[in-house]
Structures are given as structure tokens and as C-alpha cells.
Design a protein around this ligand. Sequence first.
Ligand code: C5P
Length: 217
Amino acid sequence: MKPLVIAVDGPAASGKGTLARRLAKALGLPYLDTGLLYRAVARAVLDAGGNPADPALAASAARALTPAALERTDLRTPEVDRAASMVAQLPEVRAALLDFQRNFAAEHGAVLDGRDIGTVVLPDAPIKLFVTASLAERAKRRWRERKDRGEVATLAEVQAELAERDRADVERTVAPLRPAADAVLLDTTTLDVEATFRAAQAIVRERLAAMNASSLT
Ligand code: C5P
């Protein structure tokens, strides 16, 4: 039997990361936050004093990426948010990161979260979730996270930054952010972390039951 792979996609601050990590734990599967790959590439380009929009530089940083680079603690700064969104536009970077993501999933099965997991990276994943929430709610969540980290930003600034990253993700020509045709939509606008997990668990159980039933017929 093929190991189980679950794709969790959605915009920034939709709750997909927390959900994907928790699903992975509950199912005993490895977890990969694919946003970290783009963040680590962006960080490497910034460290080298380069421009994150430079395809050759960003692609060579993507090819040189090591698992240790994903452990860095400086990947979630506003500067890296912006630079990651820029390197993610580049087809060369996306191509260089594909094998890493596919190999990760193929080894023992996995839960991967990102923007294009269900559409491009793992289009054959048997379970796909597309997690959304309103822009206003996502901005509130991200603003609270930043405040807790001691960063100074207004809610309006955080909302404008998220809207810009959404626009870049949705409008890019390669691997734009959109639900796969067979993804189940999960809107977390009015759900807390626990309720989101329970809703996702119900979806996963239903899909697993359908998969088992079809493998018996
Ligand atoms: O999910 P996170 O906000 O950490 O992702 C950082 C950036 O990487 C996003 O703004 C998005 O543009 C990009 N990304 C992507 N495809 C993925 C994961 C992230 O384009 N699968």
C-alpha cells in the first residue's frame, strides 16, 4: 500500500500550518511546512546581499538548500515574508524545490502544507484540504502573533501586507494559489484551533473510509 499523503493548502494565516502539524501528529505522519523552503531560499538570498527577484541567484540558493537551513530561527521576519513571496514567483525556484517536496512525501507518507501541494506538488494526493478564512480574520491572527513576539505593526499594516502576499500568490503564472478540483474547502473564519482540527478530522475520516471502501470493491 502507498503511504498516506495529505495536502493542505491555503493563504497565509488561514490556520493551515497549525492544522497540518496537528493532523500529522494524530496520524503518525511526518510533516513538512513547505513555506519554510521559500523562506529559507529568501533568507539565503538576503544574507548574500542579493535581490530576491533575481532568478539565477534565487534558483542557486534553492538548489543549495539543506534541511538544516529550515531550522533557522530567523525565517519568520516581515523582511523574509516579503522576500519569500518574491522568490516564490520564480519558476526556476519552484522547479528546484519540487523533488525535495515529492521525495519527502514518498518516503513515509506525510502531511504537507503550502499553496500548490494539491495542484502541482502532489496532484495525486488522496486527501486534499483547502483552508481559508476572511482577510480581516487572518490579519487579526497574524497581528496578534506579531504583537506576542514584541513586534510593532498596526492591524491595518498587517492586513495590507497579507493582501499583497495573497495577490502575488493568486496572480502568479506558475503554481498560483487555488484549490485543487478535488480539494475539500474548510473555512476557519469562525473556528478556533480545536474546532478547525475537529472539522478536518471528520473530513479525513470520511475520505479514509471512502478509500478503504473503494479498495475493497
Ligand atoms: O506559508 P508561508 O507564509 O510561510 O509561505 C511563505 C511564502 O512562500 C508565501 O508567501 C508563498 O508565496 C510561498 N509559498 C509558495 N508555495 C508553497 C508554500 C509557500 O509559493 N507551497
